[in-house]
Design a protein around this ligand. Structure first.
Ligand code: SAM
Length: 212
């Protein structure tokens, strides 16, 4: 079966998670097999995380879908992602913000920052910038961000990320160690911050100044 056919079957299967057509359509446009190591391409359209080296993973498609849904992403937004990994989640968000938006994605491990950059380039994304750094401190150069997506689990929501979230912004972040919760952080127009747990998740740890 061709990759596109397999992708369609996978994306259809994600509908059980109550994902909007906008997010599903965006995921349909991203060739996930470009974002996994060559020897795992055959498994790219199975709803599982896959190893990408350095003990890290590309997140499972359902998790990418849920996080994008919770972020309520619109065209033209500026988004910070912490944890580029393969670049796949950044590509899905790049589809959602369109050419008028931009994704800044920070990766701690140099080889993976390079892997993400190459994958995004191969897939033709021009509205994503990959940077190699400790993303637990955020990325002050381009702050504030209308949305922040953290794809590794923090001990607590890092203070710099709260500061760099724009008014009326949303951040999604896994928090915890053995037991992790996906937390939706909202900042209102006056700068008040609220936190809401979505449910249990499993992510690799956020390593860094405001991580583990
Ligand atoms: N979003 C990725 C994708 O679509 O493939 C999956 C990310 S993987 C689950 C988590 C990533 O977070 C790993 O690549 C890891 O190296 C990275 N990471 C952990 N701590 C970090 C930090 N302080 N700053 C930036 N990246 C970090």
């Amino acid at each position: 079966m061709e990759f596109e056919e397999r992708r369609k079957i996978l994306i259809d299967s994600l509908k059980v998670n109550r994902i909007s057509d906008r997010v599903l359509d965006a995921m349909m446009r991203v060739p996930r097999h470009f974002f996994v190591p060559e020897e795992l391409q055959d498994s790219a359209y199975i709803d599982l995380p896959l190893p990408i080296g350095h003990n890290q993973t590309i997140s499972a498609p359902h998790m990418v879908a849920i996080m994008c849904e919770l972020l309520e992403i619109s065209k033209g937004m500026k988004i910070l992602e912490v944890g580029s990994g393969s670049g796949y989640n950044a590509a899905v968000m790049a589809e959602l913000v369109g050419d008028e938006g931009h994704i800044y994605t920070v990766e701690r491990i140099p080889d993976l920052a390079y892997f993400a950059e190459k994958n995004l380039e191969k897939a033709g994304y021009r509205n994503v910038t990959v940077l190699q750094d400790d993303g637990s401190c955020g990325l002050t150069e381009h702050a504030p961000y209308e949305r922040i997506s953290v794809t590794s689990a923090a001990p607590d929501v890092p203070r710099p990320l709260i500061e760099q979230l724009a008014a009326e912004g949303i951040m999604v972040i896994p928090v915890g160690n053995d037991e992790q919760q996906l937390v939706v952080v909202r900042k209102d127009s006056e700068g008040n911050v609220s936190y809401k747990g979505w449910g249990a998740v499993i992510f690799v740890p956020l390593i860094g100044k405001y991580g583990y």
